[in-house]
Ligand binder design. Structure first.
Ligand SMILES: *Cc1c(COP(=O)(O)O)cnc(C)c1O
Length: 430
């Protein structure tokens, strides 16, 4: 498998782009090696600039539920750009997309469109603070809500102390109101609510944690968060940037039957374009300018091409899609489990609805520390073995597997065969 063209591009990129990439994990730093520069995507596959083909289990980190370039999304985007790329004035498409989101996501009565999940998460927090007049928020260790200052605190970084910034450049002040709690830990949440309840603007979580590999909420944990938020008057915010339109059409809140006050959406909602959203209870959302005083704005918010693509993708989402994705994920998970069992390699193949993950650990994780303690060197070996066999996994053991409906049984079986070979090699290497 040649990688000369990728290697040359990466050299050029490093001269003009920090680390050679426009988002850190693309650089392969945690697994080593040369990142593949992608020439195009075709259905279930990525094709790199050296002509190598890979079955794609990243799917742009989640947006591409139907794989690459589904006809409906392509047609909608092309048609939209023919009418103009951006107007800075309202369009009919924005109304249609907002209506589609309100219809699909149980808790969302009103929604605002923005351009990235980071922007949506940051804005939802500002809204929660503006509406409650309070400053503090509960954030779970290892949950990722984009890279805004207040939320870049123990965001999968291993910093697990109260109020320590997760990056140079995040001020102690920006992090000071972010109170960190371990995921799935009721006593810790209750203790923070008891101590800071009157100052808590929001309890924020990924209802299915999917940026510290995959850690589902324990039975009743989301309902417990709902109770705790109600008890102290905090806004319950579900960051469904990954789980929204993926674990179910109505997201984790539909799957688990727990209703947040605000929901953050991204990834699938944009159909592969820069589009995200946050929405929720109408009375809360009406605190946003121009209806209310909490300021939030965007030159390209509700961009017509992104809106058309997102809407086209959302219109394809029916029960059959989730049944198919569920079967695909089941087949992948069962196959990977047997591959590891047969070879004697100790691994957890995690699954929650249509999300999956591979973690080289002896037991399923409950919280961030369990994921951090897994064998990430072994993941790097697994990743490269799979890549050499034409399977593109996330280049980090902290990520999940994103399936798409473009992956049929034959493709899943090819992935499983590759995994069995790689697992046998791992067992031999010891
Ligand atoms: C990806 C992600 C974000 C950030 O979205 P961007 O579009 O990358 O800014 C926020 N929250 C979660 C749960 C995510 O997975």
């Amino acid at each position: 498998m040649g990688t000369e063209v990728s290697a040359r591009l990466f050299d050029r990129a490093r001269d003009v782009i920090p680390g050679g990439v426009n988002s850190p994990v693309r650089a392969f730093d945690s697994v080593g090696g040369v990142p593949r520069f992608i020439a195009r995507g075709e259905g279930a596959e990525l094709v790199d600039v050296d002509g190598n083909r890979y079955l794609d289990l990243v799917n742009s980190w989640g947006p591409l539920l139907f794989g690459h370039v589904p006809d409906e999304v392509r047609a909608a985007a092309v048609e939209a750009i023919g009418r103009g790329s951006s107007f800075g004035a309202p369009t009919e498409g924005e109304v249609e997309l907002a209506e589609a989101i309100v219809e699909a996501v149980p808790s969302v009565q009103k929604v605002r469109l923005v351009s990235s999940g980071t922007e949506a998460g940051m804005s939802a927090i500002r809204l929660a603070r503006g509406a409650t007049g309070r400053d503090k928020l509960i954030k779970f260790v290892g949950h990722y809500h984009g890279h805004s200052d207040a939320l870049l605190v123990a965001a999968g970084s291993g910093v697990a102390t109260l109020g320590i910034p997760g990056s140079p450049g995040v001020t102690a002040g920006a992090a000071a109101d972010t109170v960190l709690v371990p995921w799935n830990d009721r006593a810790a949440v209750a203790a923070v609510v008891a101590e800071h309840g009157g100052d808590l603007a929001a309890i924020l979580c990924e209802p299915v944690a999917a940026n510290m590999n995959l850690v589902a909420p324990e039975e009743g944990f989301l309902a417990f968060l709902r109770e705790q938020a109600d008890a102290c008057g905090a806004v319950l915010v579900f960051d469904e940037v990954i789980s929204g339109f993926r674990v179910a059409r109505g997201g984790a809140q539909q799957l688990h039957g727990v209703t947040p006050d605000l929901t953050v959406l991204g990834k699938v909602v944009g159909g592969g374009f820069p589009l995200a959203a946050f929405g929720g209870r109408a009375d809360l959302m009406d605190h946003l300018a121009p209806a209310g005083p909490v300021y939030q704005a965007g030159t390209l918010s509700g961009n017509p091409v992104a809106v058309a693509a997102g809407l086209a993708q959302l219109r394809l989402l029916d029960d059959d899609v989730y049944a198919r994705l569920g079967r695909t994920t089941d087949r992948l998970v069962a196959g990977l489990r047997s591959a590891f069992e047969d070879s004697g390699v100790v691994a957890q193949v995690l699954q929650h609805a249509t999300l999956a993950g591979v973690l080289f650990a002896g037991a399923p994780p409950r919280r961030y520390e369990d994921v951090a303690a897994a064998d990430h060197d072994r993941y790097a070996s697994f990743f490269h073995g799979m890549l050499e066999r034409g399977v593109y996994l996330a280049p980090s053991g902290y990520e999940v597997l994103f399936t798409s409906t473009a992956l049929g049984e034959a493709e899943i079986d090819r992935i499983v065969t590759a995994a069995a070979e790689v697992a046998a090699g791992l067992a031999e290497a010891g």
